[in-house]
Design a protein around this ligand. Sequence first.
Ligand SMILES: [Mg+2]
Length: 198
Amino acid sequence: MKLENYLEKNKKKFRIFDFDETIVKLHLDWDIFRSGIKRIMSKYDLALVDKYEKEKLRGIDLINLGIQKYGYKYWKELIDFTLKFENENLTGETENPEIINFIKNNSNSYTFFIWSSNTFPTLENSLRRLKVLEAFEKIAARELYKLAKPYTDGFHVIFTDSAPTKHEILMVGDSGSDEKAAQSCGIDFYKVEYRFDL
Ligand SMILES: [Mg+2]
């Protein structure tokens, strides 16, 4: 079902969008990212690196485990690496026209937010180029919160102490982590299934 049609049936005043593979698909070499986070974790916990490889954990699981175990020092190192990785390796992006047009056509009637695992410079550049930056009330970029989705830390960057009622909020995303994060926040989820042809 198209997002527009879904929203006709399920009125939601506040919409939180994931970014990568929801609004655009970033052209990034994730092998470079995976070897980077492995290299950082090797300095803290070789057993965890071993578990990551043997159990084929996702990068995001290794990151969240690392932050829970090693706190701010590890988080800071990881964020610095992510900023550098995105800055040096992004070669382009493919747009999701349905979502982008939806944002452009509806920004006056609704309040839009971003909750992303990408860093602010990447989000800002892209949203400015797409001419939708001004449509967003708040952007929960990766460097603004501690644990990544499916944990709810980013949600609390968007809604600090004055969260609206949960049934007024919709999360729009592409991944299982987005869906689980929405579930943990107690809000509805709309899955983007656009096929990005690179
Ligand atoms: Mg995504």
